[in-house]
Design a protein around this ligand. Structure first.
Ligand SMILES: *[C@@H]1O[C@H](CO)[C@@H](O)[C@H](O)[C@H]1NC(C)=O
Ligand SMILES: *[C@@H]1O[C@H](CO)[C@@H](O)[C@H](O)[C@H]1NC(C)=O
Ligand SMILES: *[C@@H]1O[C@H](CO)[C@@H](O)[C@H](O)[C@H]1NC(C)=O
Ligand SMILES: *[C@@H]1O[C@H](CO)[C@@H](O)[C@H](O)[C@H]1NC(C)=O
Ligand SMILES: *[C@@H]1O[C@H](CO)[C@@H](O)[C@H](O)[C@H]1NC(C)=O
Ligand SMILES: *[C@@H]1O[C@H](CO)[C@@H](O)[C@H](O)[C@H]1NC(C)=O
Length: 431
């Protein structure tokens, strides 16, 4: 080796050393801050799920980039232990993860012994979702539950992420043995179930992040909300939420994300398939025949970007995802025992399209009898909306005068109905 080469090698080494060190520091930091995405799963409606039903859902979730199901469990369901065991078994078989989300609409602060027993059984299970070497456990409400005795009674570390209804409660988190918080404010609201005008903002997230200080914030992502029972009958104003919320998440970069939900048909925020094996609490009236499956295609690049710490998604497969309601908001339905849902007056009559493109193109939407609307859309995920027209909904994307994506919506928009339905029909056009 010539002297000059030696000098060059030394110079390269001198440069390389600190670079390597900083890369190492960065990668260990990134490892410590690994991002995970979960989906809320209602165990209460899958009394008769088989292990294959579980595996099918888990494989779909995995393919979307979801790491684990948060298994929402009620104390009152006799089949909770059986279905939890099946879920853990299925997750282990397909290399997926799960954790328990105790639903405190049913559990209470006096259930410490039962909750400890569940954690003792599952915290060290190979399919249990671990975070910072501790088993994640979460809740729906249950803000004031004390996790300290549960941790003391479990032979494996726990990472407790209870749902807090008020971000200010974060200040007493350590007294209750909690390690962070999960927010249920996935839709525009002034708190509780109050309905306000959209669009969704990060006002609740910002309060959680600030109040939690160094603790973990698990942010909610939801595509929609409509429910129509006699006990609860409203719609949240969240028409562009399927894309807007992810854009907020990509800039907020929370520690963890939980999608609300995989299978809550009753509140119309499912992203899983409309499974045949679930029990029907009456929500088939608005959820059956209203697929949301294409939302998983839409969420996939956002999830990938979130995990990579990127601010915008990268598109590998070009696709167009659309969503719209079956009727204009003011139509009076003729055979419903319930009134129209609260909040409907704040809605707009709009059809939405998210284009997922590698390069710019022209999107054309023909909503029923309205004239076609063409707009230029860029690469990445772009959300476009047009005024709803009655009839068939048609969508196409062209580039250099060549149609690359096209299709008709799977449902006509009509101005007559028997029962109120403000759920969305979601579909897609692929190449
Ligand atoms: C709680 O544990 C007790 C004692 O094992 C048991 O009898 C009871 O059924 C459990 N309750 C629930 C809701 O799991
Ligand atoms: C923790 O308890 C569970 C359930 O009793 C048991 O299966 C497991 O082996 C225990 N783990 C350790 C590390 O002691
Ligand atoms: C589950 O199966 C049992 C026994 O066949 C049946 O009685 C029950 O109605 C089923 N539940 C649901 C939700 O399908
Ligand atoms: C109204 O709805 C009920 C079920 O909710 C159905 O049994 C009945 O046939 C409907 N009536 C008409 C006129 O369609
Ligand atoms: C439709 O798009 C326009 C233009 O981007 C936007 O101002 C409007 O808020 C959107 N409508 C809804 C209901 O999101
Ligand atoms: C598309 O077609 C129009 C009219 O046929 C033509 O004027 C235009 O140059 C074409 N554009 C491209 C990008 O090929």
């Amino acid at each position: 080796m010539h002297l000059k080469d030696l000098f060059e090698a030394a110079a390269i080494l001198a440069c390389a050393l600190p670079t390597t060190a900083s890369v190492l520091a960065q990668s260990s930091k990134r490892q410590a801050e690994s991002k995970y995405v979960f989906a809320h799963f209602m165990v209460g409606i899958v009394q008769n799920y088989t292990i294959d039903d579980w595996k099918a859902d888990m494989n779909l979730a995995k393919d979307t980039g979801i790491d684990a199901f948060a298994l929402n469990c009620a104390s009152v369901d006799s089949y909770t232990p059986t279905q939890l065991a099946l879920a853990y078994q299925a997750a282990e078989a397909v290399d997926f993860k799960v954790f328990i989300s105790f639903d405190f609409a049913y559990w209470s602060n006096g259930d410490t012994a039962n909750i400890t027993q569940y954690m003792q059984t599952y915290a060290g299970h190979p399919a249990q979702m671990q975070y910072n070497n501790a088993a994640i456990v979460s809740t729906f409400v249950g803000d004031s539950f004390d996790w300290t005795p549960v941790k003391a009674g479990t032979n494996h570390s726990l990472w407790a992420l209870p749902n807090l209804q008020d971000p200010a409660e974060s200040s007493s988190n350590t007294q209750r043995g909690a390690d962070g918080a999960f927010s249920w404010y996935a839709w525009p609201t002034d708190g509780g179930n109050s309905i306000i005008e959209g669009p969704m903002t990060t006002r609740w997230d910002d309060m959680f992040v600030s109040d939690l200080k160094t603790q973990s914030y698990m942010a909610p992502v939801s595509p929609w909300f409509f429910t129509h029972f006699n006990s609860k009958n409203w719609v949240f104003i969240c028409e562009n939420l399927p894309t807007l919320r992810w854009e907020e998440i990509l800039s907020l970069k929370p520690s963890l994300v939980e999608i609300i939900t995989w299978n809550d048909y009753g509140e119309s925020h499912y992203i899983g398939p409309y499974s045949a094996a679930h029990s029907d609490d009456g929500s088939s009236q608005w959820a059956k025949g209203f697929p949301h499956d294409a939302l998983r295609d839409l969420f996939k690049p956002y999830i990938k970007a979130y995990k990579a710490g990127e601010s915008t998604p990268t598109i590998d497969t070009e696709e167009l995802v659309y969503w719209y309601r079956p009727t204009p908001k003011d139509v009076t339905c003729t055979n419903d025992t319930l009134a129209a849902p609260n909040g409907r007056d704040l809605l707009t009559d709009t059809v939405f399209v998210a284009t997922m493109l590698k390069d710019k193109a022209t999107l054309t939407i023909t909503s029923g009898s309205n004239a076609p609307v063409s707009v230029d859309v860029g690469a990445g995920i772009v959300t476009t909306n047009v005024t709803m027209g009655l009839g068939t909904q048609s969508f196409s994307v062209s580039r250099n005068n060549k149609t690359i994506l096209s299709g008709a919506g799977g449902l006509k928009i009509t101005d007559s109905c028997e029962k109120y339905n403000y759920n969305i029909y979601v579909g897609s056009a692929t190449a």
